[in-house]
Design a protein around this ligand. Structure first.
Ligand SMILES: NC(=O)c1ccc[n+]([C@@H]2O[C@H](COP(=O)([O-])OP(=O)(O)OC[C@H]3O[C@@H](n4cnc5c(N)ncnc54)[C@H](O)[C@@H]3O)[C@@H](O)[C@H]2O)c1
Length: 327
């Protein structure tokens, strides 16, 4: 491909805004159009840039010649939008792929049958600390992984359009919306667990899912929490190996106690209003997807099957989860 990949972005709310600002640095791609049902939000985001604005996906598709669509709409829209686009456009879709395993399988099958590329934007797989952790687990340089404890904490997400994120039927709740980041990472590196246990604690609008997973002799835990007060977003992990430790603590990565090189954000620090940190992963995932299109390769770092497995894992966790809080 000798021309730039022409991109249309659907949904320019919190995460769409984050993708939007990253396109400025992505090579070989040009964001030519955005669409959002909220005209004012789209106009504010686009400002005086030469990017066309539409009020619906249909209007954008009718008026533009696009190569790639980036879906950043609420999660309950991912399935229908993806299935509509998948045979005619390269599709990058925000996580979660969709809200249940049955629909995820439908998308994964359709993506595999299509000649176009499809990838779920599982950004954690592209964040440097997690790339380092994956490398350490797979290389076994520190010996076998004994324990992995992952945590993801946010304020209750009250900032979404029409408050869709607070409705578990629309967002999948704390498991499928938030904890899926870590469940997906674990699943992508270690596969499906031998055994799962989970606890859900919901009290005074604080919502926690705590998952324990057994892989042979390795114990993995993932906590996802939405707190009912204003906490800054926090993601951390500690991985204990036979001969060492990798730890992400307050944004700093340590390998055997030594600080790993600091990762500089790719874009300017901007408050996106969705309580997520600025991270190189957002740029890297988009650049990777564009590079795959340009080189005619399928995005092997996040396959449709693997994303569907993460939705399945989230479903299994929800099914297993014992509600331990009392009303
Ligand atoms: N990767 C991450 O770190 C991360 C973080 C937050 C959210 N997300 C995901 O990103 C997606 C969007 O979440 P968000 O926080 O940006 O939500 P949001 O509510 O802030 O933004 C959604 C946007 O979609 C628009 N929209 C709604 N229906 C539409 C339609 N039919 N056509 C076009 N636009 C439409 C809304 O007006 C809104 O601007 C979700 O799937 C969410 O899970 C990912």
């Amino acid at each position: 491909m000798d021309k730039k990949v022409k991109v249309g972005l659907v949904g320019v709310g919190g995460m769409g805004g984050c993708h939007f600002q990253n396109y400025e640095n992505v090579k070989d791609a040009e964001l030519v159009a955005v669409c959002d049902v909220r005209d004012d939000v789209a106009r504010k985001k686009v400002g005086d840039k030469n990017i066309r604005i539409y009020s619906s996906l249909e209007k954008m598709l009718k008026n533009e010649k696009l190569d790639m669509i980036d879906i950043c709409t609420p999660s309950y829209l991912h399935k229908d939008m993806t299935l509509k686009l998948i045979n005619d456009y390269h599709v990058l879709c925000e996580k979660p792929m969709t809200l249940n395993a049955k629909d995820a399988k439908k998308i994964s099958d359709a993506a595999r049958a299509s000649k176009k590329n499809f990838m779920v934007a599982h950004v954690v797989r592209f964040m440097t600390p997690y790339e380092v952790l994956k490398k350490e687990i797979e290389s076994k340089e520190l010996g076998k992984l004994i324990r992995l404890d992952m945590k993801r904490i946010s304020a209750m997400p009250r900032w979404s359009w029409n408050n869709w994120m607070m409705d578990e039927k629309l967002s999948g709740g704390v498991t499928t919306d938030l904890s899926i980041h870590d469940l997906d990472f674990v699943q992508s590196v270690l596969g499906m667990p031998d055994k799962i246990d989970a606890y859900r604690y919901v009290k005074e609008e604080n919502d926690t899912i705590l998952t324990t997973m057994i892989y042979g002799e390795t114990l993995v835990t993932c906590e996802g929490t939405w707190y009912n007060y204003s906490v800054p977003f926090q993601a951390e992990f500690i991985a204990v190996f036979q001969n060492g430790c990798v730890k992400l603590d307050n944004g700093v990565l340590y390998v055997n106690g030594e600080e790993y090189k600091k990762v500089e954000p790719v874009t300017e620090e901007v408050d996106l209003g969705i309580n997520v940190g600025n991270d190189d992963g957002y740029f890297k995932e988009i650049q990777y997807f564009v590079d795959c299109i340009v080189s005619g390769k399928q995005p092997g770092r996040v396959t449709p099957e693997s994303s569907a497995r993460s939705v399945l894992l989230a479903d299994m966790v929800k099914k297993k989860a014992k509600l331990v809080s009392k009303k």
